[in-house]
Design a protein around this ligand. Structure first.
Ligand code: HEC
Ligand code: HEC
Length: 484
């Protein structure tokens, strides 16, 4: 019996070893430049290897068009959109990918530019060693430096700046943020972390229920955003033409990315499960599809907290599967139920508790992540869950002290978020709830990359809201999030 078990273990080890070498070979293949060469300019799909398995991207165009303007240089510094939105890194960038690029190019790849790649535009980048230091936020957290000043008519002023890189000032705060994925954009209701590219349009149908507040279609905002990105990140001297903007937006909006294969559970669309990008393409979305307060804006159905329904089938176990696979699938299904139903006492969240005037709201993960099977907020509703709180500041982040011009009250924050757009005191620290698909492809998480993996995300919530998750529940939530 013992010998039989040892033999089994040995075989498993052999399998694992071969799996690992396959992965590193595949990793090479997945280098985006090589992928374009090998798979021609128009591969049918793209895969990325990540810690939990394999993610996959499809386009509604039927192929991924590497000839699109998204991959072209329009600026003066060698960058394209794909410099920071890498197809095999979840259409964003990861510290691993950034470091690889740094080592391969000695820190000279167009990603490494002073304008917003460096910790400060004034960094010394004359030697390899100095570049390593100058780009440390990019290397460690794959963060880009977004520079935004305080609006002149803001309700607050900048009382003090503690910027470890000695640059930030009232005219340009340095905000270290993760590039948001340029895939699954079908589902978004606001553009950018604090929705700064989201514009109002009284003639649109995308309106907050029961109010006169209506938003431009996301495709309209994305066209402006593409132009801003070209002028800013790529330091272009001229605007994109309307045709170029539309080409980029059509490309982006056709992309769908999701985890397709899990190292333990196997194919995420097998045995009745509906994970993976193909199913995602068919997922219905419209503005206000499942608002926590007003319900479905079109059908008038009440809010449905059962937001995720991909892995229902895996809660009924098939006895024909190996023990390991069965267990892994059951854990993902349990994680999905926890995401939909585990009770969370939501308190101290700006955008919820203050706006509704309730000290504690009894909710779940889906109170905020309410778009069906995508998990972002189904209307623009930036929230402050405390990510940029002074209490969570790490020494690599700047800290800003803001003073309320009327009350004299002060708040310390690493990123004022929405407040830099509206100038409103109550908007400090508010950010949008992102799309949660293909999470595994793009660590680290939150706007500042402060959670290095999904376990850190779950631990954050458990501590911040005192949820009281057991170790088993934490593990189940992690494998569920990783299978999105
Ligand atoms: C230097 C890196 C960099 C380059 C180059 C870049 N981006 Fe981004 N992108 C970012 C960052 C950082 C954010 C998030 C910034 C924020 O929210 O403050 C972002 C956000 C976005 C978003 C918002 C997605 C969402 O869910 O709201 C879109 C769309 C986008 N970029 C498209 C583009 C396009 C199109 C181009 C090329 C024209 C481009 N980006 C070039 C770094 C980059
Ligand atoms: C009170 C509202 C709220 C609740 C409850 C909530 N979230 Fe979030 N979630 C957000 C917001 C807002 C963000 C973006 C925060 C930021 O980066 O500043 C976010 C970000 C995330 C991210 C990071 C995504 C990325 O791309 O970086 C994950 C993962 C996540 N939430 C999972 C969960 C899970 C799991 C739960 C339940 C345990 C949960 N959330 C409960 C509002 C909420």
């Amino acid at each position: 019996m013992i010998i039989k078990n040892l033999l089994k273990m040995f075989i498993v080890m052999l399998l694992l070893a071969s799996h690992i070498t396959n992965i590193s070979a595949a990793d090479d293949l997945l280098d985006v430049n090589k992928a374009t060469r090998i798979n021609s300019e128009r591969p049918l799909s793209l895969i990325g290897i990540n810690q939990h398995g394999i993610d996959k991207t499809y386009s509604t165009a039927g192929f991924i068009d590497f000839g699109n303007a998204f991959f072209k240089q329009f600026g003066t510094n060698g960058r394209t959109c794909a410099t920071c939105h890498v197809p095999t890194e979840g259409w964003t960038i990861t510290p691993k990918g950034v470091s690889n690029r740094f080592e391969k190019t000695k820190g000279l790849d167009p990603l490494f530019r002073l304008v917003d790649g460096a910790n400060s535009p004034l960094e010394d980048i004359s030697t390899l060693q100095k570049r390593r230091q100058a780009y440390s936020m990019l290397m460690n957290k794959a963060n880009i430096r977004v520079g935004i000043g305080i609006p002149a008519d803001a309700e607050f002023e900048l009382d003090a700046v503690d910027d470890p890189y000695g640059f930030a000032s009232v005219t340009e705060l340095s905000l270290f943020r993760r590039p948001m994925p340029t895939t699954n954009l079908k589902f978004i209701s606001a553009v950018m972390w604090e929705g700064r590219e989201t514009t109002l349009d009284p003639d649109s149908n995308d309106c907050i229920y029961g109010t006169a507040t209506c938003f431009s279609p996301v495709s309209f905002d994305l066209a402006t955003q593409a132009n801003h990105a070209t002028l800013g990140h790529s330091e272009a001297l001229a605007d994109l033409t309307q045709a170029e903007r539309e080409e980029i937006v059509t490309f982006e909006m056709g992309l769908f990315t999701a985890q397709a294969y899990d190292n333990h559970a196997g194919k995420l669309s097998s045995k009745g499960a509906r994970g993976g990008p193909k199913e995602l393409i068919t997922q219905t979305y419209y503005f206000g599809i499942n608002d926590t307060l007003a319900g479905d804006y079109r059908t008038r159905a009440p809010f449905d907290p059962k937001v995720m329904s991909l892995y229902d089938a895996w809660s009924r176990n098939s006895s024909r599967l190996s023990n390991m696979r069965r267990k892994a699938r059951a854990a993902i299904a349990r994680g999905e139920v926890l995401f939909n139903t585990k009770s969370i006492n939501i308190s101290g969240v700006k955008g919820i508790n203050d706006d509704l005037g309730v000290k504690t709201l009894s909710g779940t993960c889906t109170t905020c992540h309410n778009t069906p099977n995508s998990g972002n907020h189904s209307i623009p509703m930036p929230l402050d869950i405390g990510i940029s709180d002074a209490s969570r500041r790490t020494p690599d982040m700047p800290l800003y002290t803001l003073r309320n011009k009327t009350t004299g009250e002060t708040i310390q924050t690493t990123d004022p978020g929405r407040a830099l757009i509206t100038g409103k005191w109550k908007d400090i620290g508010r950010f949008k709830g992102p799309v949660l698909r293909a999470l595994a492809s793009r660590p680290p998480y939150f706007h500042d990359g402060s959670a290095k993996d999904l376990t850190a995300v779950v631990n954050f919530y458990n501590n911040r809201f005192g949820i009281g998750l057991s170790e088993q529940e934490k593990a189940d939530l992690v494998v569920f999030l990783a299978s999105l």
